[in-house]
Design a protein around this ligand. Structure first.
Ligand code: GAR
Length: 194
């Protein structure tokens, strides 16, 4: 099963997918890794693993619709069965979603529908919840909305900072993303979407 992974940041979750694909425990081919800006750790990790990379730099576009169209074109060129937003901190438009219907996965470091947005960990900590976690879903045009595929809970410890809590959430998030991709790969091998 071919996937394209989109990143905006350090790409530590991407690294877990790269490792699982490389050691054969996850039967996917990472066709390419793309980013919305130059110089991301995620693209560096992909290049180090010998994976093709591309950047569709939002800052170079006056028109966001045009950026969405070019991003969709860059992704589609790699013919992925699924596109994975792994810390890709941009909302895509309906044109992009229509290019990959029900094939755009997202992960989020909170138990949606609680604490959507760019600061899911900080917001959960500020609210004072005792349990948070992570979510893998099919993305739609909203901010961290769309059908939920999997979730895992992570307890909040009294001494937690945003950083320590996010790190523990990411451990679960990586496991959940890899498990979800493995399930989708198994179903595509049995004649499901490929
Ligand atoms: C992940 O925790 C991901 O869920 C989050 O960014 C982090 C990326 O980490 N995404 C969002 O908050 C989307 N709303 P990474 O770059 O180390 O993989």
């Amino acid at each position: 099963m071919r996937i394209v992974v989109l990143v905006s940041g350090t790409g530590s979750n991407l690294q877990a997918v790269l490792d699982a694909a490389a050691d054969g425990s996850l039967p996917v081919t990472i066709a390419a890794v793309g980013a919305d800006r130059p110089g991301t750790g995620g693209v560096e990790r992909a290049a180090a693993a010998g994976i093709e990379t591309f950047v569709v730099d939002l800052k170079q576009y006056a028109d966001r619709g045009e950026w969405n169209r070019d991003l969709a074109r860059a992704v589609a060129a790699h013919e992925p069965a699924y596109v994975v937003s792994s810390g890709f901190m941009r909302i895509v438009d309906q044109h992009f979603l229509d290019a990959f219907p029900d094939r755009y996965l997202n992960t989020h470091p909170a138990l949606l529908p609680s604490f959507p947005g760019a600061h899911g960990v900080r917001d959960a900590l500020a609210y004072g919840v005792k349990v948070t976690g992570c979510t893998v879903m099919i993305a739609d045009a909203g901010v961290d909305t769309g059908p939920i595929l999997a979730q895992a809970a992570v307890p909040v410890l009294p001494e937690d900072t945003e950083e320590t809590l996010h790190e523990r959430i990411k451990v679960e998030e990586r496991r959940l993303l890899i498990e979800t991709l493995a399930g989708l790969a198994a179903s595509s091998a049995q004649g499901g979407p490929s």
